[in-house]
Design a protein around this ligand. Structure first.
Ligand code: AMP
Ligand code: ZN
Ligand code: FE
Ligand code: FE
Length: 293
């Protein structure tokens, strides 16, 4: 069983349609695929159909933008009821914040001599995608200002970079509560990648567990050098708190290098525990949540 529980389609900032992503997962020899677009369930319907055609088991999820200790934390939410009103309201507010910051990012880029317009961004993202910095990066590429997304992030768009603008996100503990009430299971994504450990220290995990955190994404490309022991320490932390351990690619199609489908995978017994946690959350919330299909 090859299980990859964290991927993005063009509904957010991946480059493949949900159908293309599901087909690519089958071609890559995956048995189970988690679709986790940023802050939206909009790709679920198309992915469900494609998955039944492709013979892939699909886990409907999303990657929710949150904030903790003033820094960004990504929260994977699996199988929440997408119609739960608080969840709907939270996602709408996050997406509105994504829209709102685009003009100021573009102003900064213009000031840096790298003009791109909102239409340029919409052209590369498609009209309905949840907009993100990778789309701004794609617009910079299309305008010939940079060679690829990586250069756009390194020079302008990375956190704290000259064209970076922050946006609204719910507190991590509040997002945990909302997903739990929607009957979903939560896994904190790449918690200690890219220097994030300071903003999500080990001592904060007991509180997250009280708010229903179900798992930690341990095996991820962001958890590499210069901290080679980071995965071992996260695995131990997960064991200490009886949390599920996942491993995933965080695939973005052609949009992110070194994140090929299946580059990291989740053990079948951990996957079973995760699905059981979602079922328990759904029962406790009295919600009719999506099942694995
Ligand atoms: P946003 O959600 O708009 O704040 O953009 C963050 C997203 O940009 C992340 O979820 C990644 O998918 C992507 N990202 C972050 N850093 C990089 C990078 N250096 N190169 C390519 N994509 C990146
Ligand atoms: Zn992304
Ligand atoms: Fe992420
Ligand atoms: Fe992601």
């Amino acid at each position: 069983m090859r299980i990859d529980l964290h991927t993005h389609s063009a509904v957010s900032d991946g480059t493949q349609s949900p159908t293309e992503l599901v087909r690519a997962a089958a071609a890559a020899g995956l048995d189970v695929l988690g679709l986790t677009d940023h802050d939206t369930s909009a790709g679920w319907g198309e992915a469900v159909e494609a998955a039944s055609d492709a013979g892939v088991e699909l886990v409907r999820g999303m990657e929710v933008s949150t904030t903790h200790r003033g820094a960004s934390v990504h929260l994977l939410a699996y199988l929440p009821d997408p119609t739960e009103p608080d969840l709907v309201a939270m996602l709408e507010r996050i997406v509105a914040g994504r829209d709102d910051r685009l003009p100021s990012m573009l102003d900064r880029l213009a000031g840096l001599g790298m003009p791109v317009t909102l239409d340029d961004v919409r052209r590369v993202s498609g009209p309905d995608a949840v907009p993100g910095r990778p789309h701004v990066a794609d617009a910079l590429v299309a305008a010939g200002h940079v060679a690829d997304r990586t250069e756009a992030f390194d020079r302008y768009l990375a956190d704290g970079g000259p064209a970076f603008v922050d946006r609204w996100a719910p507190e991590l503990v509040d997002a945990l509560d909302v997903v739990r009430r929607a009957g979903g299971a939560t896994v904190v994504a790449h918690p200690w990648g890219r220097g994030r450990e300071a903003s999500l220290p080990e001592e904060d995990f007991p509180v997250l567990v009280e708010h229903g955190l179900a798992g930690i994404e341990v095996d991820h490309q962001d958890h590499v050098a210069p901290h080679p022991d980071v995965r071992d320490r996260l695995r131990r932390l997960a064991r200490e708190h009886d949390l599920v351990v996942t491993g995933s690619s965080d695939h973005h199609g052609a949009g992110k290098v070194d994140h090929e489908l299946g580059v990291h995978t989740t053990a079948p017994e951990e996957y079973e525990r995760l699905i059981a946690r979602a079922a328990a959350a759904a029962a406790a919330a009295g919600r009719d949540t999506p099942s694995v299909v």
